[in-house]
Design a protein around this ligand. Structure first.
Ligand code: NAD
Ligand code: USQ
Length: 397
C-alpha cells in the first residue's frame, strides 16, 4: 500500500511509520514539526536524544534499505498544499496522527485552548474535505482517544464506539437503535477528539468516505523492533508535566530518584496500551478497512486498565521509589472504575503486551540510560484545569 502518515514525526507516528515501511509499504511522512517547536516553547525536550527527521529517514534507509519520504506541511493551515500532495501521491491509506495531543498543554491558557481546537479540528476537517475534493478512495485511519467516552461507566463495559439504546415511541412501541456513545471529554484536547468523531460520522454518511477511528488508551513504552535498530531511530520519550503520560513519567521518575507524582488520591483508572501493540493495531486496522458506505469503524485500542495509585505502588515496589500525593491540577473525579470492550483487535489477532515487571524494567532502563538529560524542574505538572486549582507541585518542594 501507499500510505501517507500525517504526524509521522511524533511519538506514535514515527514507530508506526517504521513498522509499516518494514512491512514493505510505501510510506510518506507528512508533518509540520510543531511538536519539536512546542518542546522549544516549553523549554523541555525528549529524554531520549531524537535525531532530526532528515537524519532519522537517512538512518532508516541505511539500516533497512527502504526509503521513506518526508513532506513538511501544516495539515491544519495549508489546505491547498494538502490537496496537491494527495493528488500527486494518490495514497491508498492516510493515517492521521497530526494533532496536539496533550491534555495539560491544551489547558495552559486561552491561547493554548484556542490553538488546540484550531489545530486539531482544522487538521481533521481539512483531511476529510480534501479526500472528497480529490475524489480519492483512500482509507482514513485516525488516532482518537478512550477519553471521548469519559471514564465512568457505572459498571458497564464501554462498547466500541456505538451504544445500543431502546426508546419508546409516542405509540408506546419500543424501538432499538445504535447511537455514537455520548461523549464526555475531560479536557479541551479530549473535546477536540469528540468533535473529530462528529466530523467522521458526517463524512462517512454524506460522502461515503472509508474511515476507521481508533479510540486509543494511554501509550507506555518507548521502543519498537524498528526503533531499536539504530540509536538515530530512537523514539521520543516525554516526561515533562505537559506531555509526559503517567506510566512513562513514573518510570522516568523512579529512574532519576524523583518521588512519583500521584495526582490527588491516584484513584483514576485509565486504559493503557504498549507502543509495540499500537503499531500492530494500526497495521490491523489498515488491513481491515470498512467498505464504501459503511459507518465509521470504531475500535477500542487498549489492552489493560490500571488505577494510577496501583501503578505507582507497583513501580515503587520494583524500583525502590517513593510515592508523593500531589494536589490534582486537573478537574477529574477522585476515583473511577473503567471497564472496556476491546474484542475487535483481539479477534483480529492482537496479542497484548501486558504490564509485566520485566517490561517495566525495560522502560526504566531507557530512562536510566538517559537520566543525565533529565531536567527535574520540568517534571511538576503546572497546567491547571480551573482558576481555583493549584499546580501539582509536591508540598515538600
Ligand atoms: P505527538 O505530539 O508526539 O505527535 C503528533 C505529531 O503530529 C507531531 O510530530 C506534530 O509535529 C504533528 N502535527 C501536529 N499538528 C500538525 C499539523 N497541523 N500539521 C502537520 N503535523 C502536525 O503525539 P503522539 O503521542 O504521537 O499522538 C499521536 C496521536 O495519537 C494524537 O492524535 C493523539 O491524540 C493520539 N493518542 C496518543 C496517545 C499517547 O499516549 N501518546 C494516546 C491516545 C491517543
Ligand atoms: N497523572 C498522575 N500523575 C502524573 C501524570 C498524570 O496522577 O504525573 C494522572 C492524571 O491526573 C490522569 C491520569 O494520570 O488522571 C492520566 O494522565 P495522562 O497524562 O497519562 O493521560 P491523558 O491526559 O489522559 O492523555 C494521554 C495522552 C492523550 C490520550 C490519552 C488517552 O496524552 O493523547 O488521548 O492519554 S486516555 O487517557 O485514554 O484518554
Amino acid at each position: 500500500m501507499k500510505i501517507a502518515v500525517l504526524g509521522g514525526d511524533g511519538f506514535c507516528g514515527w514507530p508506526a511509520t517504521l513498522h509499516l515501511s518494514d512491512l514493505d509499504h510505501d510510506v510518506l511522512v507528512v508533518d509540520n514539526l510543531s511538536r519539536r517547536r512546542i518542546d522549544e516553547e516549553l523549554g523541555a525536550s525528549s529524554l531520549t536524544p531524537i535525531a532530526s527527521v532528515e537524519e532519522r529517514l537517512a538512518a532508516w534507509e541505511e539500516v533497512s534499505g527502504r526509503q521513506v519520504r518526508f513532506a513538511r506541511l501544516d495539515v491544519a493551515q495549508d489546505y491547498d498544499g494538502l490537496v496537491a500532495l494527495l493528488l500527486a501521491e494518490r495514497p491508498d491509506a492516510v493515517i492521521h496522527f497530526a494533532e496536539q495531543r496533550a491534555a495539560p498543554y491544551s489547558m495552559k491558557s486561552p491561547a493554548h485552548k484556542r490553538y488546540t481546537v484550531d489545530n486539531n479540528t482544522n487538521a481533521t476537517h481539512n483531511v476529510l474535505c480534501a479526500l472528497v475534493e480529490t475524489g480519492l478512495d483512500a482509507h482514513l485511519v485516525h488516532l482518537g482517544t478512550m477519553g471521548v467516552y469519559g471514564y465512568g461507566t457505572a459498571g458497564m463495559k464501554i462498547p466500541e464506539g456505538y451504544l445500543d439504546v431502546e426508546v419508546s415511541t409516542d405509540e408506546g412501541d419500543r424501538v432499538q437503535q445504535q447511537i455514537l456513545y455520548p461523549t464526555n471529554p475531560g479536557s479541551i484536547y479530549h473535546m477536540t477528539k469528540c468533535l473529530d468523531q462528529q466530523l467522521f460520522a458526517y463524512y462517512a454518511k454524506n460522502d461515503a468516505l472509508r474511515i476507521t477511528d481508533l479510540h486509543q488508551g494511554i501509550i507506555w513504552g518507548t521502543h519498537t523492533d524498528q526503533t531499536l535498530r539504530d540509536e538515530r531511530l530512537i523514539n521520543r520519550f516525554d516526561y515533562d508535566g505537559d506531555y509526559g503520560t503517567v506510566l512513562n513519567r513514573f518510570l522516568m521518575q523512579a529512574a532519576v530518584g524523583y518521588p512519583l507524582t500521584v495526582h490527588g488520591t491516584g484513584g483514576q483508572t485509565r486504559a493503557f496500551i504498549h507502543i509495540r501493540d499500537m503499531v500492530r493495531c494500526v497495521q490491523i486496522a489498515l488491513e481491515n478497512p470498512p467498505a464504501r458506505g459503511d459507518r465509521v469503524k470504531i475500535f477500542n485500542q487498549m489492552t489493560q486498565t490500571h488505577r494510577v495509585r496501583d501503578l505507582a505502588e507497583l513501580i515503587a515496589r520494583i524500583s525502590d521509589a517513593s510515592v508523593e500525593l500531589v494536589p490534582n491540577p486537573r478537574h477529574e473525579a477522585a476515583e473511577n472504575e473503567l471497564f472496556v470492550r476491546n474484542d475487535t483487535f483481539l479477534d483480529l489477532g492482537l496479542e497484548p503486551t501486558l504490564l509485566q515487571e520485566g517490561l517495566l524494567m525495560e522502560v526504566e532502563d531507557v530512562a536510566r540510560r538517559y537520566a543525565d538529560r533529565a531536567d527535574l524542574d520540568k517534571i511538576p505538572a503546572t497546567s491547571v484545569w480551573t482558576k481555583e486549582q493549584q499546580p501539582g507541585v509536591p508540598p515538600s518542594r
